[in-house]
Design a protein around this ligand. Structure first.
Ligand SMILES: Cc1cc2nc3c(=O)[nH]c(=O)nc-3n(C[C@H](O)[C@H](O)[C@H](O)COP(=O)(O)OP(=O)(O)OC[C@H]3O[C@@H](n4cnc5c(N)ncnc54)[C@H](O)[C@@H]3O)c2cc1C
Length: 479
């Protein structure tokens, strides 16, 4: 019998280390990436993610070349992943196809069909777990059902061991060279992942979107970041979170790798940082078990919530011109860097959904397009939390006060000064509430409200009252 020849299908696992599909492969292997945005159920990568993907594919090819192989990039945007795989199997006379699992509803559906189809053709088809600490099907409540609340989910998870990792790339396999470096470059370029606007290149200057970039971020957490994380993780003015989210999304680093490095420092599984990795698992657990939640609230009655349509308000929000400094800083950070601090994600979300009464999907779609870490599971969990319609959601009566949040989490106003430079000269006591400054103070700071910086799009107490009224009425009508 011929020796085993494997097609290794890279997807959201763009790394060679701690990669289960690789660890289970020996012999000759062809590495491929298939571009098929039409298979993502309307959640094809947004502009910012596409910039990241472009760089991540080049980096993966370079890593493969260092081991004697290369990445075959296939454009299947007008065919399908199945057709692309069948062609590869036939061209390379492969006997086996492997990949690491994804958990979005469209991917689960498609992968199941592909597995069935290729198996029927006599191929060995295997999928592995490499994206989460625990598989969504491995965690269940006492009645064997999926969890819908984080704390019991987390308590069930920490009873289980997190599978070990190997950071050595196994040498039992032989990568095949399928094309030259310049061919790979031109194939990636032909996918047109990069925008024509200079925005994309400027945004990516904030990042090193490679495996090395991920390892540097991890090292920073190991060398101290994780220790201070509990105290400082809510401070957007300080670089205290890991910013590993895009690397985790594209799989340039795996969660188990992060977990084991930090846990080996004696950091207990109860530590604040490791807990966040379980939030990520929880988001995937929910999306896997409740696939409709990508577009529908987990609490179904909220599908009837009477959101308002206000194009002007949506536009002000997207542009970071809401008149709330912390909100505008966050939305401009997003536009400039493709990332936003978690605390600020919650504040900007609350202002859109509660003060503005705009549908949470408006925010989810904007984040999808502009975040380099856009991730269907995490984004859905985050937005439904904000809107009060998801798992473990923020209760409807929690309406963040953007002024108090600003003063608490950006106490010196450094974050606002950086991203909203037109307010930079204001004294700190007014940086989160410029309308409280006197005419003379505004003049001295070069601020003219309504001209150089907008008035709030909805005054806070009015917005709060209106939101509470709308949510209360909705609750009564849909009890
Ligand atoms: C409205 C809203 C939308 C969001 N959209 C996304 C998204 O599209 N993609 C995304 O990765 N995260 C999303 N989050 C979660 C969170 O804001 C980011 O994961 C975090 O800010 C990333 O920064 P970090 O890597 O420095 O996080 P750290 O604080 O260093 O946390 C480490 C890792 O844990 C995971 N994590 C942290 N917080 C959460 C959380 N609340 N839910 C799920 N996983 C978490 C992330 O993978 C993160 O990289 C969203 C949150 C909100 C409130």
């Amino acid at each position: 019998m011929d020796a085993e020849k494997t097609i290794l299908w890279f997807r959201q696992d763009l790394r060679l280390e701690d990669n289960a599909a690789i660890a289970h492969t020996k012999g000759s292997c062809i590495a491929i990436y298939i571009w098929a945005p039409q298979e993502e159920d309307g959640w094809a990568y947004g502009e910012a993610s596409r910039c990241w993907l472009h760089a991540a594919l080049l980096d993966l090819d370079e890593q493969l070349r260092a081991r004697g192989g290369s990445l075959l990039v296939i454009d299947a945007s007008s065919s399908s992943s199945l057709v692309a795989l069948e062609r590869c199997v036939s061209e390379f006379q492969a006997t086996r196809v492997v990949w690491n699992r994804r958990y979005e509803p469209s991917a689960v559906r498609r992968d199941t069909q592909i597995k069935q189809s290729l198996s029927k053709q006599g191929l060995v088809v295997e999928s592995y777990s490499s994206r989460l600490l625990h598989e969504p099907t491995d965690i269940a409540n006492q009645s064997g059902k999926p969890f819908q609340v984080f704390t019991p989910f987390w308590k069930a998870c920490v009873q289980k061991e997190v599978e070990g990792i190997t950071t050595e790339v196994p040498d039992q396999m032989e990568w095949e060279i399928t094309n030259s470096t310049s061919e790979v470059k031109s194939r990636i370029e032909s996918l047109k992942l990069l925008p024509t606007l200079p925005w994309g290149a400027e945004m990516m200057e904030h990042w090193e979107p490679t495996r090395q970039g991920a390892l540097k971020r991890l090292k920073k957490m190991i060398e101290g970041g994780a220790k201070q994380y509990g105290d400082l993780r809510d401070r957007p003015d300080m670089d205290q979170t890991s910013q590993l989210s895009p690397y985790l999304h594209f799989g340039q680093i795996g969660p188990r790798e992060v977990y084991h490095h930090l846990a080996s420092l004696g950091d207990s599984v109860h530590s604040g940082y490791l807990r966040q990795l379980y939030w990520r698992d929880f988001a995937h657990h929910l999306l896997f078990h409740f696939p409709e939640t990508a577009t529908q609230p987990l609490k179904p009655k909220y599908a009837l919530f009477p959101w308002q349509e206000d194009e002007g308000m949506k536009q002000k929000w997207r542009e970071g011109k809401t008149g709330y400094p912390i909100v505008d800083a966050g939305l401009r950070q997003l536009w400039q860097t493709g990332w936003m601090h978690n605390r600020v994600r919650m504040i900007v979300g609350s202002v859109l959904v509660k003060h503005g009464l705009q549908d949470w999907m408006v925010g989810a779609r904007w984040f999808w397009d502009t975040l380099v870490d856009a991730d269907l599971a995490n984004n859905t969990l985050g937005w439904q939390w904000v809107a009060g319609c998801g798992a473990d959601a923020s209760p409807y009566f929690r309406v963040f006060n953007p002024i108090i949040q600003g003063k608490k989490f950006d106490p010196n106003g450094d974050y606002v000064r950086h991203y909203v430079p037109e307010l930079a000269e204001l004294p700190t006591e007014y940086i989160h509430c410029p309308w409280d400054a006197s005419e003379i103070e505004l003049l001295a700071a070069g601020v003219k409200l309504g001209e150089t910086y907008p008035e709030p799009m909805v005054e806070h107490s009015k917005g709060r009252e209106r939101a509470l009224e709308a949510y209360q009425k909705f609750k009564e009508n849909n009890a």
